[in-house]
Design a protein around this ligand. Structure first.
Ligand SMILES: *[C@@H]1O[C@H](CO)[C@@H](O)[C@H](O)[C@H]1NC(C)=O
Ligand SMILES: *[C@@H]1O[C@H](CO)[C@@H](O)[C@H](O)[C@H]1NC(C)=O
Ligand SMILES: *[C@@H]1O[C@H](CO)[C@@H](O)[C@H](O)[C@H]1NC(C)=O
Ligand SMILES: *[C@@H]1O[C@H](CO)[C@@H](O)[C@H](O)[C@H]1NC(C)=O
Ligand SMILES: *[C@@H]1O[C@H](CO)[C@@H](O)[C@H](O)[C@H]1NC(C)=O
Ligand SMILES: *[C@@H]1O[C@H](CO)[C@@H](O)[C@H](O)[C@H]1NC(C)=O
Ligand SMILES: *[C@@H]1O[C@H](CO)[C@@H](O)[C@H](O)[C@H]1NC(C)=O
Ligand SMILES: *[C@@H]1O[C@H](CO)[C@@H](O)[C@H](O)[C@H]1NC(C)=O
Length: 701
């Protein structure tokens, strides 16, 4: 191996290169004043994973993206559904099947209805092999090949928010099969034979566009209907649902005008208060002509975009999708959430609460070993973050002794983890590129799926918070911090790396189109990706923001603050239900989503259907960022429902009751420290001290 090359690669991981590569004014000067020396190995011991990538990944190599919205294309047999809104799609050896998503609501779920009518985009003679061609921040391309015929292939461009499904053909006869409803009519709409309207027997209408003139005919045989080209074709085909049965002509014309602005790649940038989506369009002169569809959370923050005229909305699980024109999306936030609560622990606490908090700190059990937590990366982390809260609050009220004991205990516990003195330590996974627990790597059912990249932001977010508290209190020059710096930064990078480097995939969990994270790793579900606890995800980015800030890693801190802000916006739009503008009335009555999928909405949790679980899992853990996440506007309306549903049950545990009442305290002034006197036991991430701190801030925020 070439040593210079290795050093260069390693430098890219941690040094100025990562700052310079991010576009934007504030990043022009080098603000990464804290640099790690180049390192030759991961600071964690390495191990390989019992889960292995299959051939569907094609030439993609380590570090693999482990939580992308299209992972169903490469997991298992790669035949499960994905959701490039407004469509539902899937791939198999014949090509790509798709149909527009439709929904059905009950009082506890909204589901995407399976369709018995769909397109299957293929070619005469079919395909022999498919694999990922390439992927980026927003798109993925799947290539379909014939054995030994390198020149004949089809590439499917998949992205969220495109009204067109796009396919590049190289020297193949098109076969666009329609399964279910029959093809009633195929009408050429321009003299060039580049635009067609298809009329189905079920009254749906589609537009087909082609980059080159193409002769298409309807073929009916025993197996049903298809549209085929009369000869081998090379060029791009785009198929779009015409989203209305009225104004067909006007809608077709809009789709036609924009049909040759074809997005071929996309990347995400960060600048000041904006997250920027930049699409590259096949023909340079068509860039400003790109037509995409935006969801409600985009519309709230999109700057400088034109709306498409004469195009009906498409429907999606997340509400109406509206046509917007332009190849650069600026999502601009009024303020960044992390910075907004930055000084919360610097405020002076006084009066009766100061006394109560000090007394509570004296009585707090700092850390107690529990058998069930010892092998659980999740529960162990939660407990460390609880102790970090105690340390930070002790620091705030100047309880020196408790503060010192808490920091000492945090160091003791984390040292055991970093020095492989615990039963279930962390390793760098040389198979996929990530950090996994030993138990997790041994089996996908162990340790909350840590070994198959489930919940990594939840898990590691807690450790980052614990580490942050030490740097906050003792400063960056603390000897212990310095001695573990590589491990600390490595752990933070695990899910917040701002580039694909040799160790980690870029932003492991973030779906930049949806604005939120997906956490389910390699688990295959027909509803594809999901996230339950928005509050744990928000706290994960809050923790990386705080830690990077304290380590003077300004660029990373800024990016984490943007991810955090985006995560909060999407949580407030799609998990915290304020009205029935997104979800059907029947479901909206629940006021919250327990688990949101790309294609399914549940009033439920993974660990039970009790209302205290469903609401509480969207609240924990309570930290300063909770004041940004838990919207007053939402709770003003939702609290009555939450309170009634939670306390109409037989018995509610103290642990959950504490979490529920803390949320109530934001809007219900009758909740005060006395309310908590009956609570004898707190959730393992919570404490009496944290409750008192919280109530004080509810009264003074
Ligand atoms: C994975 O690790 C095991 C145990 O260390 C080793 O025997 C095996 O060769 C490794 N497999 C690969 C593909 O690296
Ligand atoms: C949903 O409806 C069922 C049947 O009508 C009822 O038993 C259940 O309590 C309802 N659940 C919610 C959360 O409204
Ligand atoms: C007609 O077929 C399309 C699939 O192309 C399907 O999405 C749609 O639901 C069908 N419409 C009706 C009314 O069945
Ligand atoms: C489309 O099909 C429907 C149902 O068969 C028919 O009523 C309608 O006239 C057709 N429209 C066109 C433009 O062919
Ligand atoms: C970013 O912020 C800086 C400083 O506030 C400002 O000068 C610059 O114009 C901003 N850039 C953009 C693209 O808004
Ligand atoms: C881009 O250029 C092509 C041919 O060079 C032309 O047909 C097309 O209309 C142009 N598009 C725009 C938006 O100007
Ligand atoms: C399309 O969606 C937008 C945004 O939700 C909404 O304001 C508008 O009323 C919708 N248009 C129609 C015709 O439903
Ligand atoms: C971090 O930045 C602060 C404020 O700019 C500065 O006082 C401190 O010396 C820096 N620390 C290191 C280790 O660079």
């Amino acid at each position: 191996m070439n040593l210079t090359l290795i050093i260069l690669n390693l430098l890219q991981v941690f040094s100025t290169h990562s700052c310079a590569s991010v576009n934007g004014d504030i990043f022009k000067k080098n603000e990464c004043s804290y640099k790690l020396e180049s390192i030759f190995d991961t600071p964690f011991k390495t191990r390989n994973n019992s889960a292995r990538p299959n051939q569907l990944w094609g030439s993609v190599s380590k570090p693999y993206p482990t939580n992308k919205w299209w992972l169903n294309l490469v997991m298992g047999e790669g035949i499960e559904k994905i959701y490039p809104y407004p469509y539902t799609a899937s791939a198999n050896e014949n090509g790509v099947a798709f149909y527009p998503s439709e929904f059905q609501a009950s009082n506890t779920t909204i589901e995407t209805v399976p369709s018995n009518s769909n397109w299957l985009i293929s070619s005469k003679g079919g395909f022999k092999k498919r694999e990922i061609y390439e992927y980026d921040d927003l798109m993925v391309k799947l290539i379909f090949k014939r054995e030994k015929e390198e020149k004949n292939y089809m590439i499917s461009y998949l992205l969220k928010g495109s009204p067109y499904m796009t396919f590049y053909y190289n020297s193949l006869v098109l076969v666009l099969k329609h399964i279910g409803a029959s093809i009633v009519d195929l009408e050429a709409r321009d003299s060039d034979n580049k635009g067609y309207v298809v009329n189905l027997s079920n009254d749906s209408k589609y537009a087909i566009f082609s980059s080159e003139p193409i002769d298409l005919i309807v073929v009916k045989n025993k197996k049903g209907f298809s549209i085929e080209s009369t000869s081998a074709f090379t060029g791009t085909i785009r198929i779009a649902l015409i989203p209305t049965s009225e104004d067909i002509d006007a809608n077709f014309d809009t789709l036609y005008i924009h049909s040759m602005a074809i997005p071929v790649s996309a990347n995400v940038e960060f600048n000041n208060n904006s997250i920027i989506h930049r699409y590259k369009v096949s023909e340079e002169n068509e860039s400003s002509n790109l037509l995409l569809l935006a969801h409600p959370h985009h519309i709230d923050n999109l700057d400088c975009l034109k709306y498409a005229e004469n195009l009906y909305n498409y429907s999606s699980l997340r509400g109406d999708m509206v046509g917007v024109i332009g190849n650069v999306w600026y999502l601009v936030y009024d303020k960044l959430s992390g910075s907004s609560v930055k000084d919360m622990h610097e405020r002076k606490i006084d009066g009766e609460y100061l006394e109560k908090i000090k007394e509570s700190l004296e009585n707090e059990i700092l850390y107690k070993y529990e058998e069930y937590e010892s092998r659980s990366i999740y529960f162990f982390g939660k407990k460390l973050a609880r102790l970090a809260r105690i340390a930070l609050i002790a620091n705030q009220v100047d309880s020196k002794e408790v503060k010192q004991k808490a920091i000492k205990e945090l160091k003791t516990q984390i040292t055991k983890l970093f020095e492989y003195e615990v039963d279930n330590p962390l390793y760098y996974d040389t198979t996929w590129g990530g950090i996994c627990s030993r138990d997790g790597m041994d089996s996908n059912t162990n340790d909350h799926g840590n070994g198959i990249y489930n919940d990594h932001n939840y898990h590691y977010g807690y450790y980052l918070y614990a580490l942050y508290s030490i740097v906050e209190i003792n400063g960056i020059h603390d000897e212990w911090i310095q001695s573990y710096m590589k491990k600390i930064v490595f752990l933070a990078r695990e899910f917040t790396s701002s580039q694909n480097n040799e160790y980690f995939t870029k932003f492991r969990h973030v779906d930049f189109y949806d604005g939120n994270s997906w956490v389910n790793g390699f688990h295959i579900f027909e509803n594809s990706r999901n996230m339950e606890s928005t509050s744990e995800s928000v706290n994960a980015y809050y923790s990386s923001y705080l830690l990077y800030s304290k380590l003077n890693m300004t660029t990373d801190a800024h990016i984490s603050d943007l991810l955090l802000t985006s995560e909060i916006k999407s949580s407030q739009k799609y998990w915290q239900i304020k009205d029935d503008s997104i979800y059907n009335k029947k479901f909206a009555k629940n006021k919250v989503v327990g688990i949101l999928w790309e294609s399914y909405v549940q009033y439920d949790t993974w660990f039970g259907s009790r209302p205290d679980y469903i609401y509480g899992i969207q609240f924990l853990p309570y930290t300063p960022i909770s004041f940004e996440l838990l919207s007053k506007e939402w709770l003003n309306d939702a609290w009555e429902t939450i309170k009634t549903r939670v306390y109409n049950q037989e018995s509610v545990s103290d642990e959950w009751s504490g979490l529920i009442k803390m949320a109530g305290a934001i809007v219900d002034s009758s909740i005060n420290s006395k309310t908590f006197e009956d609570i004898k036991s707190y959730d393992n991430g919570n404490s009496k001290t944290n409750v008192l701190w919280w109530i004080y801030n509810c009264n003074h925020n």
